[in-house]
Design a binder for this molecule. Structure first.
Ligand SMILES: [Zn+2]
Ligand SMILES: [Zn+2]
Length: 256
């Protein structure tokens, strides 16, 4: 039987829909429902049931924002588009073309684990050998990053590459700012780096930039939402971008 958790109110009309290992979110403005991310393939029923618990149906869905191309975020997009053909899909252009081809990984930009033994272990257990295909889905609005969308009362797009080249964060300009941080970081056991990145150094720079944004709530693809002073946590964890260790001349000499 389908297990459906009641969506968790973050603030105002904004809710988290837990979908096992990953989260989707919904902003339920009157007359305009906006979904952020779609979970793994096969999650359309659970999303539909979660919306029903809030008193809505997929017929109320107007916008689907997809943060990036990975299977756990874009996996149920095609099915949701079938059930809610009136909804427009928004996604950054650098990941949109992959989803339109049913791909979730670029061969020329492989994911690599973030530093640390736990990330190495999780990467090889959960990600390395998983499927990289999804049902192809269309993207109606290709985003370039840094535009403002006139939906849900105003959402700013923030291009946030590193985890994937076309990852986007979304900043809902209400309630002091609700940041949908995608997989720039995660908050499963406290705020930390995501398990894997295409380009970790770039991902770190993006996180340092996010520290300068104004927001009161931080929502992640994986883990809990930070509802108290997330900027303090971001600054403590990510504000300083550490430079690569300088390699001593003696090591350079032996490595050639
Ligand atoms: Zn991801
Ligand atoms: Zn993810």
């Amino acid at each position: 039987m389908l297990e459906v958790m009641t969506p968790q109110r973050i603030v105002g009309d904004c809710y988290r829909i837990p979908l096992g290992i990953v989260n989707a979110f919904v902003i339920a403005c009157p007359g305009e429902l906006t979904l952020i991310d779609t979970g793994l393939p096969g999650e359309a029923d659970r999303i539909e049931a979660a919306l029903a618990k809030l008193g809505y149906s997929l017929g109320d869905l107007r916008n689907i924002l997809v943060t990036h191309c990975h299977r756990d975020h874009a996996g149920s997009l095609a099915e949701l588009q079938r059930r809610a053909p009136q909804a427009r899909t928004f996604m950054h252009q650098d990941d949109a073309w992959l989803v339109e081809q049913g791909r979730t990984i670029r061969e020329d930009r492989p994911l690599r684990p973030a530093p640390g033994p736990l990330n190495f272990l999780l990467f090889h257990l959960l990600l390395r050998w998983g499927s990289t295909e999804i049902e192809p889905a269309k993207v109606d609005c290709r985003l370039r990053g840094h535009e403002r969308l006139n939906i849900a009362g105003g959402i700013t797009v923030l291009h946030a590459p590193g985890h994937t080249r076309g990852q986007a964060c979304f900043l809902w300009e209400h309630e002091g700012g609700v940041l949908f941080a995608a997989d720039t970081a995660c908050c499963v056991f406290g705020l930390t780096y995501s398990v894997a990145y295409e380009d970790f150094e770039l991902g770190k720079r993006v996180l340092a930039n996010l520290c300068r944004m104004e927001f009161q709530y931080a929502c992640f693809g994986h883990g809990k939402t930070i509802v108290r002073n997330p900027r303090r946590d971001f600054s403590a964890r990510f504000a300083r971008v550490r430079h690569k260790r300088l390699v001593p001349a003696s090591e350079l000499a032996t490595s050639t």
